[in-house]
Write a protein that binds this ligand. Structure first.
Ligand SMILES: [Zn+2]
Length: 249
């Protein structure tokens, strides 16, 4: 079990590795967006880096650098957020896949780790050019991912509203596990913990209209121990998803 970091290798090493059977690559799609007052803007990209290489280890695959910008228009009220338009995002997906298809990869796994990237990724897939012998596996099941997240946090006694969809207990626990030095628990405060239907109804108007600090969930109950388990559960879930896709061939 090993992962190869594409951007730490020479073209010759990459070429030789592909020829010797390393023909899968994972491309994570993160974001640079606000995550409340207690988490850094790179949170979704950290998740992309970590899930990307952990999944690559399980699959003996390459992992590409995480795309650190995503579709984050609904967070632009908050300072520092950088957002791509959906058109730009679709073009980036197209260009990344188009580039990788030239090099002999047989399987290209597209892995969004930010909620706002799922819908534009689905749309991008419809417009992909010819991919040659490469098979594109795009993870587009946001509900499945959230279901896995809430099942994991439920095993630690946290209900879904507090586990949260953005910067709540779930994401904060993961950051306490992965990047504890970047978490400011003194600034963690309860965000929106009401009905998720209300979030869906208002999200397009901006997250500031749901919670003034940009949090959905309650990060105060986050724990590193839980975060380590959440990461494991997600990698298991993604690994099974990849294997399920193989079964459909
Ligand atoms: Zn996030």
């Amino acid at each position: 079990m090993a992962a190869l970091y594409l951007d730490r290798m020479t073209w010759l090493q990459i070429s030789e590795s592909i020829r010797s059977g390393w023909n899968t690559i994972i491309v994570p799609f993160g974001s640079t967006e606000q995550h409340g007052r207690h988490l850094p803007l790179g949170t979704d990209s950290v998740l992309g880096d970590e899930l990307g290489w952990r999944l690559a280890e399980r699959l003996d695959a390459f992992v590409a650098p995480t795309l650190r910008f995503g579709c984050s228009d609904h967070h632009l009220f908050f300072t520092g957020t950088i957002s791509l338009s959906q058109d730009t995002f679709r073009s980036v997906v197209n260009d990344v896949v188009g580039s990788l298809c030239k090099h002999g990869f047989k399987r290209i796994i597209l892995l969004p780790t930010h909620g706002g990237n799922f819908q534009p990724l689905r749309q991008a897939l419809k417009k992909l050019g010819p991919t040659g012998e490469a098979r594109i596996l795009a993870f587009t099941d946001l509900q499945g991912l959230m279901g896995t997240a809430f099942k994991s946090s439920g095993s630690f006694g946290v209900d879904p509203a507090k586990s949260g969809a953005h910067s709540g207990e779930w994401e904060t626990s993961i950051m306490l596990a992965l990047r504890p030095g970047q978490v400011d628990m003194e600034r963690a405060s309860e965000g929106f913990v009401g009905d998720i239907a209300e979030v869906m109804a208002k999200i397009a108007t901006g997250l500031e209209n749901i919670d003034k600090h940009g949090v959905i969930g309650d990060p105060r109950m986050a724990k590193a121990e839980a975060g380590r388990q959440y990461v494991e559960d997600m990698v298991d879930y993604l690994y099974q998803w990849v294997n399920g896709q193989q079964g459909e061939e």
